[in-house]
Write a protein that binds this ligand. Structure first.
Ligand code: HEM
Length: 463
């Protein structure tokens, strides 16, 4: 009987196992969302959503009362956990006030590089990184050392030693890996970088924010320039290069066309794959929407970039750089729902000017050297790190076998990675909620509290 069952069951089991990549990853993603929501609670008002539509996204984001950054949102405990050590000194998470202003001023000074210098620096870092590279790569891994060197030179105005580059890339990789729940945090690795930066504070090319301890200054630099800058630029470039690899016609036009077309490709990449999924704010005053509806003080607003970037576009999931061609665009380009660097009135990205200049220079360097091919799936969170085949322009271009291999490997990696993300993600969300780094910071240091015009509300929103 048992033998009959096994014999009959074997083909069925085989079918289930072989078909795993086609159904398991989606179920794991759905399960992960449910587990996270359960541990994290259903905090937050989604924007766009029932209360605030797409048409008022910018207006509410830009509202002076939509300014609280960390205090009062359970979500902050998660981000503080992933960005440790020193999340309380990360510019992104500082509440408005003197300290924030001092830190933001230094960031602006470090990023204020003339265009030609920025292009030359990016090109030089790309040339060093790409030398000798060919074949199968993971784009995010390829890009990390490049942006580590770039950030180092921005901050210290001298070439980045190899050991420092490796330390910075390992730190940034650790941050982004844990953010995507494909690995746990390695605090020893991150603290090694803090110690390294502590030893180099006197070499930073502009005066650091006054009134901070050396450790706070090191944490500030680590947060803005060696976490955010390296992670965001590597992710943005991985998306851009993967888009080029998956759309040979676009790649050909970008290689042979003018700079404007490459800009359109960058804009459309950031529309479809914005680096921020959700940016949250805690309201520091009431926001009156109409005579019946007010968002009360202390509400958590969750601005959903992917949703906003889909709204108002025909066939929004299709990749089409011509959407940003002024001659073909459905609306004037400035009016499109497209905010890759946030809203100008509410803590936009300080690198909004420099980042596209540097990305363009690096993309040009890559396109001048390689044909890019890929057959992997492309999602906003890109946990695969962007597998891609790089064939030097002067070498024979025969990608068929590599593409077939990448397609199968990607499917199976999705299964394994989904399980890893489910387990590690649940653990980290639980651990972050247990440690409550942000909440403890504000309750133990009352001087850090954001001035609110009112006390916390009883209800989330109402009239
Ligand atoms: C293509 C690359 C990048 C993209 C798409 C990007 C995107 C963004 C966005 C959308 C925000 C605002 C989020 C919000 O409203 O909360 C932001 C904030 C920020 N970004 Fe970037 N970023 C990029 C590169 C960089 C780089 C190179 C740096 C270097 C220092 C940087 C530093 C920051 C900081 C410090 C903030 C917080 C600003 C504040 O709260 O005052 N970003 N970024």
């Amino acid at each position: 009987m048992l033998t009959t069952l096994i014999v009959l069951g074997t083909p069925a089991l085989l079918v289930v196992v072989v078909s795993l990549p086609w159904w398991l990853p989606d179920r794991i993603v759905a399960l992960r969302a449910r587990v996270f929501a359960r541990i994290n609670g259903d905090e937050g008002i989604p924007v766009p959503g029932d209360l605030v539509g797409v048409d008022r996204f910018r207006e509410v984001y830009s509202h002076p009362a939509a300014g609280g950054r960390s205090e009062g949102a359970a979500l902050s405990d998660l981000f503080w956990y992933w960005l440790s050590p020193g999340p309380e000194m990360h510019q992104e998470h500082l509440e408005a006030g003197e300290r924030y202003d001092a830190v933001a001023r230094v960031t602006r000074a470090l990023l204020a590089v003339p265009r030609a210098e920025a292009e030359e620096l990016a090109r030089r870092c790309a040339a060093r990184t790409l030398d000798g590279v060919r074949g199968l790569v993971r784009l995010r891994d390829l890009m990390m050392p490049l942006w580590a060197e770039f950030s180092y030179e921005l901050v210290f105005a001298e070439p980045c030693p190899r050991a420092a580059r490796d330390l910075i890339a390992a730190n940034a990789n650790d941050v982004v890996t844990s953010l995507k729940c494909t690995g746990l945090r390695h605090m020893d690795r991150r603290e090694r970088l803090t110690r390294y930066l502590l030893g180099r504070l006197s070499r930073v090319r502009v005066p650091l924010p006054p009134g901070l301890t050396p450790l706070q200054q090191a944490h500030y630099l680590q947060g803005a320039f060696f976490n955010t800058a390296v992670v965001q630029m590597s992710e943005a470039m991985a998306h851009l290069l993967l888009v080029l690899a998956r759309h040979p016609d676009v790649q050909h036009r970008a290689r042979t066309g003018d700079a404007r077309y490459l800009d359109q490709v960058i804009a459309e990449t950031m529309r479809l794959y914005p680096l921020f999924g959700i940016a949250h704010r805690v309201t520091t005053g009431d926001i009156r929407l109409d005579e019946h509806t007010t968002i009360p003080t202390g509400s958590v607003l969750c601005f959903n970039y992917p949703e906003f970037h889909r709204a108002g576009f025909t066939d929004p999931d299709r990749f089409d750089p011509d959407r940003f061609d002024p001659a073909r665009s459905e609306r004037p380009v400035k009016e499109l729902n497209h905010l890759p660097f946030g809203v100008a009135a509410n803590r936009p990205c300080p690198a909004w000017r420099l980042a596209p200049i540097a990305m363009r220079a690096v993309a040009r360097e890559v396109l001048d050297r390689y044909v890019l091919d890929s057959s992997v799936s492309h999602t906003r969170s890109l946990p695969s790190r962007g597998p891609c085949l790089l064939t030097p322009l002067d070498a024979p271009h025969r990608p068929r076998r590599a593409l077939a291999y990448l397609r199968v490997r990607d499917r199976w990696e999705d299964v394994w990675r989904g399980l890893v993300q489910l387990v590690l993600g649940s653990y980290m969300v639980w651990d972050a909620r247990r440690q409550r780094l942000c909440e403890h910071h504000f309750t133990s240091e009352p001087e850090n509290r954001h001035a609110r015009s009112d006390s916390r509300p009883d209800s989330r929103h109402g009239s």
